[in-house]
Design a protein around this ligand. Structure first.
Ligand SMILES: [Zn+2]
Ligand SMILES: [Zn+2]
Length: 136
């Protein structure tokens, strides 16, 4: 039996269950993630969309062409990210999971946009921009 992961927004109107472990866990230092969350950097857990079940209705918004970000429209918690060029993949903020300690980052994305005062000394792979090849 794969171990499930359980997440929720700050007000609990939205809950999510992941039925499998993430296939990758990446820091993202890009300006869009920074602006959208207000955090200096974020950690995205990448899942097969088929392994994700939502309860409640996340508000979905296209933040740039092909990019959909979802959040709770009750409390504002940012929840997920989908790229139309990454078919079948859903990225969820690691921090919303009860088991966040189990979701350990394995790489850094967009280090070219990283805040200079954030020092990366964890030995993980660093990518200038995205960590995954996009279609088209
Ligand atoms: Zn909420
Ligand atoms: Zn980002």
């Amino acid at each position: 039996m794969p171990r499930e992961l359980h997440g929720r927004c700050f007000c609990s109107a939205i809950r999510v269950t992941a039925k499998a472990e993430p296939f990758q866990v990446s820091w993202c230092h890009c300006r869009d993630c920074r602006r959208q969350t207000g955090a200096p950097a974020v950690v995205w857990a990448g899942f097969a969309t088929a392994d994700i079940e939502w309860q409640g209705s996340p508000k979905r918004r296209q933040s740039s062409p092909g990019i959909t970000r979802a959040f709770c429209d009750q409390c504002g918690t940012p929840l997920s990210y989908e790229d139309a060029r990454l078919v079948g993949e859903t990225y969820i903020h690691a921090g919303i999971f009860d088991e966040a300690d189990r979701i350990v980052p394995d790489r850094h994305a967009y280090v070219t946009s990283k805040l200079f005062w954030l020092h990366l000394e964890d030995g993980l792979a660093k990518f200038d921009t995205t960590t995954r090849e996009r279609l088209g």
